[in-house]
Write a protein that binds this ligand. Structure first.
Ligand code: SAM
Length: 260
């Protein structure tokens, strides 16, 4: 039987690694790293730094190229496109586990933030296991997500007293607006700044980019046209400077309808 660890490594600060993650990192013989072909060398460096500090001396690193994914599809075709990409990723995982991990060995996938949040590693491993491909079991080590980091850096909670919190994507916010009955919405994976269509509605925004890293940027306040423009400009400048950006935000609707 082969053992796989899926290790949440936090959202950018190496100090967000949990003690459980450190222990799992020290046990793995092989680390599977996916090269996404993006200009995110800072993220690759963070992974290398984590391995340098915490992996066992005898570990191996296997770098595999992530299958291409068509991100230009319209909303209706989004789910089939993701399914096709997941299948190709499943083929890749199956090959890595079969060919790169010895029987009785321990492999690890390092996952950004928390593996349970907007990450496909767990679903893909489940698919591969269901194919009956290879004798392996897997353990998930939770990580500190970008959402937890966003809330902590803005020194706020995610929900208001006894109220729900909704986590969604920029694409869904653009398509459906703020859901009814929810006052707090966390938005991830938003390449098009969906919040700019929601100014002047009594919302408050807590925005963060590169959370947990030395380049972290935080902006917050009532979501006016002015603040929306400031976030857009700041985001565009940072992205041009670094070549990549990851940002997340919380939109808060005051139950009384005014800014909190
Ligand atoms: C594919 S999801 C991965 C989420 C990750 N599993 C987590 O727990 O945070 C990528 C999205 O997470 C958010 N994100 C991840 N790391 C971030 C960071 N350091 N700062 C701001 N947003 C981040 C962004 O919204 C980005 O588009």
């Amino acid at each position: 039987m082969k053992q796989i660890y899926v290790i949440g490594i936090g959202a950018g600060d190496p100090e967000q690694l949990t003690l459980q993650a450190v222990r799992a990192l020290g046990r793995a013989d092989v680390f599977f790293l996916l090269d996404k072909g993006e200009d995110k060398s800072d993220l690759a460096h963070l992974r290398e730094e984590i391995l340098r500090r915490h992996a066992s001396r005898s570990h191996r690193v296997v770098v595999a190229t992530d299958p291409d994914r068509d991100r230009s599809v319209a909303t209706g075709a989004y789910a089939p496109a993701v399914d096709a990409w997941r299948r190709r990723r499943g083929d890749l995982y199956q090959r890595l586990i079969a060919e790169e991990l010895a029987d009785g060995g321990c492999g690890a996938f390092l996952v950004w933030g928390d593996p349970a949040l907007y990450d496909s590693t767990l679903a893909i491993l489940e698919d591969v296991h269901a194919r009956g491909a290879g004798d392996f079991d897997w353990t998930v080590i939770p990580g500190i997500s970008s959402v937890a980091t966003l809330a902590a850096r803005h020194r706020t909670g995610l929900n208001q007293v006894g109220r729900p919190v909704h986590i969604t994507t920029g694409r869904r916010l653009t398509d459906g607006g703020l859901p009814d009955g929810v006052d707090d919405v966390v938005v991830m994976l938003d390449a098009h700044q969906a919040f700019t269509a929601l100014t002047g509605q009594g919302l408050h925004i807590y925005w963060g980019a590169y959370l947990g890293t030395p380049d972290e940027i935080l902006l917050s306040g009532p979501l006016t046209d002015t603040l929306a423009a400031e976030i857009r400009t700041t985001r565009a400048e940072a992205r041009a400077r670094k070549g990549w950006i990851m940002d997340t935000y919380l939109l808060r609707r005051s139950p009384r309808g005014g800014p909190t």
